[in-house]
Write a protein that binds this ligand. Structure first.
Ligand SMILES: [Zn+2]
Length: 221
């Protein structure tokens, strides 16, 4: 009969990492207050009450096996993963192959080229408060290299009506000192030498839709 092996918590399979390289870019005014009621207001006639509730909490995102991707962003590199059995690659990364024939084979790291193609896109005419002045924002799902999946990010350096399916892109990183190891460390731009096709009916339609957004943004202080 087979003996059952029970792993105790102290017999960790993976050694706990020793974090020696630390960097903090927390804004000075950010304090972890957790959940707290910070005030209220009551109308003059006493019939209506509003309460102000503030939530401020530190989150830890543990990247584990995916860490190389995020560390790569700091270095201006896009790392993907590749299945050693079937050769499929992925950005965003997958730790195990999704091909059914590969039986969840563990993938290996591969540095991806800094180029891609538009899989699909949308034009955002509204956003959270911090991005309002940058509207309209073009969001693309782009295929980097020969990835089997697409990654979402902003597309800059092009008019919203000129975006096309399959158009060639380049990955553009922020200056090194501004990178934080998040996908916002880079964006897409049209590949060098790319030229928009002449204006046509569909382009005119998108242009009409986004023109009021440009006008409205100009009114923002
Ligand atoms: Zn595979």
């Amino acid at each position: 009969m087979n003996e059952t092996v029970v792993l105790k918590r102290k017999d960790r399979i993976v050694k706990k990492p020793d974090f020696t390289e630390k960097k903090s870019y927390r804004p000075v005014n950010v304090k972890e207050t957790g959940l707290s009621f910070i005030g209220h207001e009551i109308s003059e006639d006493g019939n209506v009450m509003n309460q102000f509730f503030h939530y401020d909490q530190l989150y830890t995102i543990r990247h584990g096996w995916n860490s190389k991707f995020f560390k790569g962003l700091l270095e201006g590199k896009i790392w993907g993963t590749r299945c050693p059995k079937c050769g499929d690659t992925w950005v965003p990364v997958r730790t195990h192959c999704w091909n059914l024939d590969c039986n969840l084979e563990k993938t290996e790291w591969v540095e991806m080229p800094l180029n891609g193609k538009v899989h699909t896109w949308t034009v955002a005419g509204w956003s959270g408060r911090s991005s309002l002045k940058r509207l309209p924002i073009i969001l693309v799902y782009a295929v980097i290299g020969k990835s089997k999946v697409a990654i979402a990010n902003e597309l800059h350096g092009i008019k919203p009506w000129d975006v096309e399916f399959e158009m060639s892109l380049k990955v553009v990183f922020k200056p090194e000192e501004d990178r934080i190891g998040a996908v916002t460390d880079f964006h897409f731009e049209p590949a060098d030498g790319w030229e928009p096709s002449p204006i046509h009916q569909e382009k005119e339609r998108i242009k009409e839709l986004v023109e009021p957004v440009y006008k409205w943004v100009k009114t923002l202080k």
